[in-house]
Design a protein around this ligand. Structure first.
Ligand code: FEO
Length: 204
């Protein structure tokens, strides 16, 4: 049985995960509006992933005999200045979610709630991946600079992301994305003026 304080905190996190889903769906809509379909797809998958996180908390509350209390979801931002600005927002948001998860872990320890502590470990690991995924796209966008070719390649790559249920998702996506990114990175470096594979610049 969940203690009142823990139940309240997990219900709050459930709302935070729903907000994350809402935020990324809004980003997906933004990318659709600027015809970056691959970016839109990545955000759409991310929105589904966040919904699955919310459902993990939802089911956990029920399993522990608690009552789920749904509350208002804040309206998300709807416009960003650039793909880089949007992904920097994702990275910052995930850092915030990590701090929320860490606070929940702290609470589970101070409350002596071992079951919740064990449940939260999945999220601790997940947040490492969430931050890394966002940061990698941020770094790639910075590398591509204003190169339309670079942006197109990243868009094409992000179009390949597919949603997988949380349990199967982590390793599959890590393998998939890291493999794709390693392949594509050298391609992007070929396009960026001054990039390490830019032969003209190198020969100057
Ligand atoms: Fe549910 Fe992106 O953390």
């Amino acid at each position: 049985m969940l203690k009142v304080k823990m139940k309240k905190a997990i219900n709050k996190q459930l709302n935070a995960e729903l907000y994350s889903s809402y935020l990324y769906l809004s980003m997906s809509a933004y990318f659709e509006s600027v015809n970056l379909k691959g970016f839109a797809n990545w955000m759409n998958v991310q929105a589904q992933e966040e919904l699955s996180h919310a459902m993990k908390f939802y089911n956990f509350i029920l399993e522990r005999g608690g009552k789920v209390i749904l509350s208002n979801i804040d309206p998300p931002q709807t416009e960003w200045n650039s793909p880089l600005a949007a992904f920097e927002h994702v990275y910052k948001h995930e850092q915030k979610v990590t701090s929320l998860i860490n606070s929940l872990v702290d609470l589970s320890i101070s409350e002596g709630d071992h079951a919740t502590n064990s449940f939260l470990r999945w999220f601790v690991t997940e947040q490492v991946e969430e931050e890394a995924s966002a940061d990698e796209v941020v770094e790639k966008l910075k590398l591509s600079g204003k190169s339309a070719g670079g942006l197109f390649m990243i868009d094409r790559e992000l179009a390949q992301r597919v949603f997988a249920p949380p349990t199967a998702q982590t390793q599959v996506e890590v393998n998939k994305t890291s493999g794709i990114w390693q392949q594509e990175l050298s391609g992007i470096m070929n396009i960026i003026p001054g990039g390490k594979n830019d032969k003209e610049t190198t020969n100057l």
